[in-house]
Design a protein. Structure first.
Length: 226
């Protein structure tokens, strides 16, 4: 009789301990994550990513990007402008010179664990770029009450509205650690809207005005939030 009572009491004591241990392990799993991608700094951008866990194997991620490179003045002569090293060159400009950049980007990424820490994720994004450069354009002026247009070499701007979709594979370090690293690579398709009478910047797959397939790769540095 006493042995049965002892066994029942022991089980009653062990059940809360087991539940507490399981709860502790569950609390170690990250529910949110924050990261940034340093590679975008090369192109005058800064990207941050905010993640939320939907299920144990699935996450949703919001991607926010800002672009800014302050305006630089090109050197001027009587007949043309020249850079004289006073300009920018990035992969988004096909490594061609331009004078300034402003822009915004937003994207959504769905992440799913494919095998252990290997993730597959489709993503969709929209980016707006306002690019300043020196080139030929029409400029209006008034004379004797009439409006005339002069086609000359001077500062001008081109706006790009770029839609893109891609699928990537990424390797994520352990969710039980606070800091994580996540390299990824993939392929996608982009379509850019712009004024065809101005500079296109579409000679490479990374250009502002590119339309077609492109490769994507990067590395995310971030923190898990429990």
């Amino acid at each position: 009789m006493y042995r049965k009572i002892f066994i029942v009491l022991l089980l009653c004591c062990l059940c809360p301990a087991v539940c507490l241990q399981a709860q502790t392990k569950e609390e170690k799993t990250a529910q949110y994550a924050f990261s940034f991608e340093p590679a975008h700094l090369y192109n005058g951008g800064f990207r941050v990513n905010l993640e939320k866990q939907l299920r144990s194997t699935d996450w949703i991620e919001l991607n926010l990007t800002g672009y800014y490179l302050p305006h630089k003045d090109a050197e001027v002569t009587d007949s043309y402008y020249y850079w004289g090293g006073n300009s920018y060159m990035t992969s988004n400009s096909d490594f061609d010179s331009f004078l300034g950049l402003a822009g915004l980007g937003i994207g959504i990424t769905y992440k799913s664990f494919f095998h252990r820490n290997l993730r597959v994720y489709p993503a969709f994004s929209y980016n707006w770029y306002n690019v300043e450069y020196a080139g030929y354009d029409y400029y209006s002026y008034n004379e004797d009450g009439l409006t005339f247009y002069d086609y000359k070499w001077a500062d001008t701007k081109q706006s790009f509205h770029k839609l893109a979709a891609h699928v990537s594979l990424g390797v994520r370090s352990s969710l039980e650690r606070s800091f994580f690293v996540e390299p990824y690579f993939g392929m996608g398709y982009a379509y850019s809207f712009y004024d065809k009478n101005k500079r296109h910047y579409n000679e490479t797959m990374f250009g502002f005005g590119h339309r077609g397939l492109f490769l994507t790769a990067g590395i995310k540095l971030g923190f898990n939030i429990r």
